[in-house]
Design a protein around this ligand. Structure first.
Ligand SMILES: N[C@@H](CCC(=O)N[C@@H](CS)C(=O)NCC(=O)O)C(=O)O
Length: 254
C-alpha cells in the first residue's frame, strides 16, 4: 500500500508522482494544502518532521525527501529500471539529483514563494502569523514564512535565484549537447525525473530565458518529455479531461 502526501503544484511532489507513474504504480493521494498550512499539522509532522511535502508512506513507514523517495521507489519496484546498472552511470545520475536538490531547487525557491505563498501570507494578521509560525518546525522555514508575510524577498535574493536559473539551464544544455535524448544519453533515469519539474518551473516563472532559441537543447528535451504519458499524468494530476483519463488508463492507474 502506497500513500503519497503531496502538493499539486509542488516541484518536489511532481518528481515523486513522475517516478511512481513511470513505474505504473497507483497510490492513495493525500493532497496537502500548503497555503492552508496543512504541512504544519501535528499529525503530518509525525510523518515528516520538516513540515514539507512530499512524504511517501509505504507499508506503514514514511519516507521523506524527494530525491531519497525517488531512489526508494526505484529500489523497491525495479521495473522499468530508472538507474543505470553500473556504478559509474549511477554516480553520473547522482550528480544530477544532487544538482536538483542544491541548485535547481534554489533557482525557483524565492520566485515561487513570492508568487504563490506571499499573496496568502501577507493577508495574515499579526496574531494569525504568530500562531502559524509557532507551528513551523524549522527555523529556516519560519524565516521564509515570516518574510513571505511581511518584508518580502530582497533584490539580492531574486538576483541569486536568476543566476541559479541560468546556471541550471546552462548545465542542462551542456549535458544534452551530445544529442540526449535523455540526460545520461539513451537511458531515461532519475536524473531526468529530478530535473524536469524545476525546468518547467523556471520557464513558467521566466519564459524570456528561453527566447530566441536560448538553451535550445533544454527546450527540445522538455518538448520530448512532455510527450511521456507519465509526465502528463504527474504534471496534470487533477486533469479530468478525456485525454488525461486515457493516459491514466494506458498507464494502468485507472
Ligand atoms: N528537500 C525537500 C524540500 C521539500 C519542499 O521544500 N517542499 C515544499 C514544496 S516544493 C513545501 O513543502 N513547502 C511548504 C513549506 O515550506 O511550508 C524535498 O526535496 O523533499
Amino acid at each position: 500500500m502506497i500513500t503519497l502526501y503531496h502538493g499539486l503544484a509542488s516541484t518536489c511532489s511532481k518528481k515523486v508522482r513522475l517516478a511512481l507513474y513511470e513505474k505504473g504504480l497507483e497510490f492513495e493521494s493525500r493532497l496537502v494544502n500548503l497555503q492552508a498550512f496543512e504541512q504544519h499539522d501535528p499529525e503530518y509532522l509525525k510523518l515528516n518532521p520538516n513540515g514539507v511535502v512530499p512524504t511517501l508512506v509505504h507499508d506503514g513507514r514514511a519516507v521523506v525527501e524527494s530525491t531519497i523517495i525517488i531512489e526508494y521507489i526505484d529500489e523497491v519496484w525495479s521495473e522499468p529500471a530508472l538507474s543505470p546498472p553500473d556504478p559509474h552511470g549511477r554516480a553520473a545520475m547522482r550528480v544530477w539529483t544532487k544538482w536538483s536538490d542544491e541548485h535547481a531547487y534554489k533557482a525557483v525557491y524565492v520566485p515561487t514563494w513570492d508568487r504563490v505563498s506571499r499573496p496568502v501570507a501577507r493577508k495574515l494578521s499579526d496574531d494569525e502569523l504568530a500562531k502559524c509560525l509557532a507551528r513551523v518546525p524549522t527555523a529556516e522555514r519560519r524565516g521564509r514564512w515570516r518574510a513571505a508575510a511581511r518584508e518580502g524577498f530582497s533584490a539580492d535574493e531574486f538576483a541569486a535565484a536568476s543566476a541559479e536559473m541560468h546556471l541550471t539551464l546552462g548545465k542542462l544544455d551542456h549535458g544534452l549537447a551530445g544529442g540526449g535524448p535523455w540526460l545520461l544519453g539513451e537511458m531515461y533515469t532519475l536524473a531526468d525525473i529530478a530535473m524536469v519539474p524545476f525546468v518547467e518551473r523556471i520557464i513558467d516563472l521566466e519564459p524570456g530565458m528561453v527566447d530566441d532559441g536560448a538553451y535550445g537543447a533544454v527546450t527540445d528535451w522538455l518538448a520530448r518529455y512532455s510527450e511521456r504519458p507519465a509526465y502528463q499524468a504527474a504534471f496534470f494530476f487533477e486533469g479530468k479531461d478525456a485525454r488525461i483519463k486515457a493516459i491514466r488508463a494506458a498507464l494502468g492507474i485507472g
